[in-house]
Design a protein around this ligand. Structure first.
Ligand code: AMP
Length: 209
């Protein structure tokens, strides 16, 4: 099964993707994660991408497309994959259309005011990658591995505003793009986490018949 998870930053794409891949047995491909790793390792791609990410802009299409094309050639992608945070522009979507036919596009809907609250409170464990919220992990310690939690640089308030504008201008048009292809499945991302996962899995099952 080849899937895309679409939605504004903070909609819960990454969290839901992690849960859904466990049921479907396909890899999760997060372009944001690949880019953050490249920055951490200061690879050529990482150095080129860094300023875009930190300002809340999108990394240029050619950089992201090269990463995705390479990743999709890995043997673990042979039976499908879940694209989390890709495509984010019409150009990326068109390029993907030339690579493979998707089975469904899951659109996780969350209003702007909820997003700002979620992202400004989001904390990530630098050691194990677990993502949580300040309202849950009040002591600043990762509930999974016990290491200190950190805030993603692009989750700071000024950058969050830029990311929302970027989403509205460049990524939101993809909803119509995939609706026209008959691939869109929309879910309410404000429901409790377990219910969102259940909705996604049930809509995917329905789709598969
Ligand atoms: P994410 O973890 O998906 O929120 O992505 C974090 C940041 O990485 C985004 O704000 C963009 O700067 C960059 N990024 C991730 N995926 C893409 C993409 N498909 N196209 C362009 N930039 C991306």
């Amino acid at each position: 099964m080849k899937l895309i998870f679409l939605g504004p930053p903070g909609a819960g794409k990454g969290t839901q993707a992690e849960r859904v891949i466990q049921s479907l047995g396909i890899p999760q491909i997060s372009t944001g994660e690949i880019l953050r790793r490249a920055i951490k390792e200061q690879t050529e791609t990482g150095r080129r991408a860094q300023s875009y990410i930190e300002s809340g802009a999108l990394v240029p299409d050619e950089i992201v497309l090269a990463l995705v094309e390479e990743r999709l050639q890995s043997p673990d992608c042979a039976n499908g994959y879940l694209l989390d945070g890709f495509p984010r522009t019409i150009k990326q979507a068109e390029a993907l259309d030339n690579i493979a036919r998707m089975d469904a596009v899951v659109n996780i809907q969350v209003p702007d005011e909820v997003i700002v609250e979620r992202l400004s409170g989001r904390r990530v464990c630098a050691a194990c990658g677990h993502t949580t919220h300040v309202s849950i992990a009040k002591d600043g310690i990762c509930p999974v591995c016990g290491k200190p939690l950190t805030q993603r640089k692009d989750d700071e308030a000024s950058t969050v505003r830029n990311r929302l504008t970027t989403y509205a201008q460049q990524t939101r048009p993809l909803i119509e793009y995939y609706e026209k292809q008959g691939l869109l499945l929309s879910v309410d991302g404000c429901l409790p986490m377990e219910e969102v996962t259940a909705q996604i899995l049930s809509k995917l099952r329905e789709r598969q018949g």
